[in-house]
Design a protein around this ligand. Structure first.
Ligand SMILES: [Zn+2]
Length: 543
């Protein structure tokens, strides 16, 4: 049965790919597309609600609308009277929203004391045509399969073209250091490159035979897509396995390309860019002329300095798997994480929430997708990120397209992030509270995982173990943690692969930190002064 399903999926994807490979997009065309989408935001939203929710009997949003006593006609009137964002705010207040855990099917939707039965597959966009199902970057559990839809790839491309053009990097020779299927990031970059006529010339993949074996289905998909691209005359690169300690090879690629062609571009996750830069400095390579497009985790000051010290520059980007690209670095930024919000693709509101299990309040981001090719129907969905939305005139070319909102200080409030992979907290809590005490002694209060940045700027997940718990071999504790992650799901196993290589986990023998109100939280995330509130007060970062 699975085989037949896979076969159907390949055929559908391959059929779409034939058409996709014949398309091209100029920068002028990209500008026209963005302008049109900006003008049609409200009508795009109404179309999505009409077709994807009221016209789709299985939609999980329908019962929410019903509870809020809201019909299509009401939404039309609200949008007309008070605009899109205010409509979304009213809907949010009336209970029409979905938390990330609900969106992933890990928690039932409960509104007004009523449990709403939901099949998470019904969040999928019912109108997708040519897609491949990949796994989202490291989030765990069921329902994390994400469709790589070719129309969606195409729809993200104008945003990336205008952004890259604003930074003068659109047509630079490009190298990727991203995984292959089931991670769709690398192939996505290559396919988008077809549209604007700049296919990456080199592809390194952190997935190596030693650390992870993709399913046959995924290996076939990578292989066949490359073959098909080449058949149509495009020089698709093959992923070359490269572990984290071989980052010097990426630095060498940059050095050689800078010498032969001048300025060039590397696209990778933030921490991996830092690795390339550390390797370059060790070898005395000057990276002036190289640009990085980075993402997957926030660009902190320490990480930014590691990059710029080599002479390279960087452009931050912000994505989430279920929605695609959300923001891209401003070309005259106020700091290392100043992003333009892609208002043509999403509507974004903030809503104050108490984070369950974390004893903190944040202004959570609630996203609504506006374009018909989005892999999921997203209406006021929290993606577990929070931050600030700032309307400001920056004077960079992005502003000319109407992208006047900047996203600042974007952080996750419930997911652990490191090396571009994220893991939902609830998954790891079980290991901390049950598995480790059972195996090594002590109680759930003796183990705590703290997200922090080390001296070099790498994100580390430090496992604090109370010194009173006697542990003969600390490496064994880390090993147990990794093994348990590997067991959890395919995606958690992928996260384990990366974190194992990056030595993301480390042990610190100290008492876990309690909140000032005397509460114990098994996870502590990197905190942002000013917006991360703990016990009603602004929390200070731990030293
Ligand atoms: Zn700007």
């Amino acid at each position: 049965m699975h085989f037949l399903d896979d076969l159907r999926m390949y055929t559908r994807f391959a059929w779409g790919l034939r058409k996709f490979l014949k398309r091209t997009l100029t920068i002028e065309e990209a500008k026209v597309i963005i302008k049109k989408r900006m003008e049609e935001r409200e009508s795009n939203f109404l179309r999505l609600v009409r077709k994807g929710i009221f016209g789709y009997p299985k939609s999980p949003y329908l019962p929410l609308m019903k509870l809020a006593q809201c019909e299509m006609g009401d939404i039309e009137i609200m949008v007309k009277d008070k605009g899109l964002e205010n409509t979304l705010r009213s809907l949010r207040e009336a209970g029409v929203y979905v938390t990330f855990e609900e969106f992933k099917g890990r928690e039932p939707i409960v509104r007004g004391g009523k449990v709403i039965p939901v099949d998470v597959r019904n969040f999928d966009n019912p109108y997708l045509s040519h897609y491949y199902e990949a796994t989202s970057g490291g989030t765990t559990g069921a329902g994390t399969r994400v469709a790589v839809d070719l129309d969606h790839l195409a729809e993200c491309t104008p945003n990336l073209m205008l952004s890259n053009d604003a930074h003068g990097i659109l047509y630079l020779p490009t190298c990727l250091w991203y995984g292959s299927f089931p991670d769709s990031t690398g192939m996505g970059c290559i396919l988008r490159g077809v549209l604007y006529n700049n296919i990456p010339c080199k592809w390194f993949s952190p997935i190596t035979k030693k650390n992870y074996k993709p399913a046959l289905k995924d290996r076939m998909a990578t292989h066949c897509t490359i073959l098909m691209g080449r058949f149509f005359g495009f020089p698709f690169p093959r992923p070359q396995p490269l572990t984290f300690d071989q980052a010097n090879q990426v630095a060498d690629w940059a050095k050689n390309t800078l010498m032969a062609h001048g300025p060039c571009l590397i696209r990778t996750h933030t921490s991996m860019a830092v690795r390339v830069c550390l390797a370059a400095r060790e070898k005395g390579i000057d990276l002036t002329g190289l640009a990085f497009v980075i993402g997957g985790e926030p660009t902190t000051l320490a990480k930014a300095q590691d990059i710029t010290r080599t002479g390279a520059r960087f452009v931050p980007s912000y994505w989430f798997v279920e929605g695609g690209v959300v923001g891209y670095g401003c070309a005259s930024p106020v700091d290392c994480n100043d992003l333009h919000f892609f208002k043509d693709r999403f509507a974004l509101i903030q809503y104050p929430i108490q984070v369950p299990g974390f004893d903190i309040k944040v202004n959570a981001f609630c996203y609504t997708s506006l374009l018909p090719s989005n892999p999921k129907i997203i209406l006021n969905v929290e993606n577990d990120d929070y931050g600030e939305i700032e309307t400001r005139s920056c004077g960079c070319p992005m502003e000319e397209y109407g992208f006047s909102e900047h996203l600042r200080y974007v952080r996750s409030y419930r997911k652990l992030t490191g090396e571009g992979v994220t893991l939902v907290g609830s998954e790891i809590v079980k290991i901390l509270e049950e598995v480790l005490p059972a195996r090594f002694g002590g109680s759930p209060l003796d183990y705590q995982l703290v997200e922090e940045e080390d001296e070099q700027g790498f994100t580390r997940l430090s496992l604090l173990v109370n010194p009173k718990v006697e542990i003969r071999n600390e490496a064994e504790v880390i090993q147990t943690l990794l093994e348990e992650l590997g067991r959890a799901s395919v995606a958690a196993d992928l996260a384990r692969t990366i974190w194992d290589q990056a030595k993301t986990f480390r042990i610190r023998r100290m008492s876990p930190i309690w909140t000032r109100a005397g509460k114990f939280m098994p996870l502590r995330l990197i905190e942002r002064e000013g917006i991360f509130e703990e016990d009603g007060q602004t929390a200070k970062s731990e030293p």
